[in-house]
Design a protein around this ligand. Sequence first.
Ligand code: SAH
Ligand code: SF4
Length: 362
Amino acid sequence: MRSLYDLSLKDLQDYALSQGFKPFVAKQLFSWLYHRYATSTTGMHNLSKAFRACLDRDFCVQTLSVGAKECSTDKSEKYLFITPDRHSFESVFMVMKPTQLDKDGQILAQEKLTFCLSSQIGCKVGCVFCATARGGFVRDLKAGEIVEQVVTLKREHNLEPTKGINLVFMGMGEPLHNFNEVVKAIGILSDPHGLNISTRRITISTSGVVPVIDALGALDLGVQLAISLHAVNDALRSKLMPINKTYNLEALIQAIKRFPIDTRKRVMFEYLVIKDCNDGLEHAKALLKLLNGLKAKVNLIPYNPNPSLKFERPDLDKVAQFADFLNQKGLLCTLRISKGLDISAACGQLREKKQGLAISAV
Ligand code: SAH
Ligand code: SF4
């Protein structure tokens, strides 16, 4: 049955009209879904019984169940979602910065929360370092399943509807291979009558699907673009990321140049640092040259190990030298020490749990 999270406010208004109700009931319903995180139509007391009966006949509210929840020592939490067709995928709740208090206990700065979302179950791209790729591709997530990840994480953490959060499409899947559903989900998530998440707080990370970067750019949604670069020459990038054989570095850089970027923002380049593979100073120099002239920032991600893969985590001193070199040359570079490493919730460690699905409630 169709999920209510799959419908935009306009879709709900059209539905209400088609059933003989006034369109304003759609806004009331939207508020139940996104301000009160309702899990069923029971209790939606300002909606008529007749309208609720129609909703119950045609839709369900919750489609996903939380099969398991793991908490990291760094306060990140990994959620395993189970779909009605009995697949699973993961999302991660991350506390990027804790609330800062002064000596009297007054709040100086609010905590910074980021939800890492999945866009597909599995992935077709097949990057050799990524655990998601190892599980193969199962299916695209529907817009409603993307929206429901956000609502569930907000509900589970009792977050005020107005609490600002950042969303990053850095979980399972290649978001630009599920473009229509991702764009639809962003429309629902950013609706001012619902969760009202600014598109400036949404980052889409891509392995570099050039034509779809152009399609995303044409929509000019205001979302942040992050590019998984990981290598500075085509030979190495094609070995690590097969997509580079279709869209090489030159094509990718040209697409980024065409992409509309907020004047206050930069394109983020994620650079996975793998020991003795791409961690040398010569790679840093080539990276500087490649990104010359772009409004860019580089985020170095030390490779997160997967038991089944042959790569090794780099020496962190070497990564720091890599970062220092770029910063000294004026290319903004940060180091991402992934959250949730101890619970395999870090970048590239998410995959479908085929065995031992914990279906019971957490
Ligand atoms: N498919 C998209 C988004 C999901 S992957 C993409 O590739 O951009 C999110 C990030 O995790 C990407 O930058 C990806 O390259 C990185 N990643 C994948 N495997 C990793 C690993 N083992 N260690 C660290 N980062 C990894
Ligand atoms: Fe897919 Fe991204 Fe993993 Fe590559 S890194 S296989 S694109 S999820």
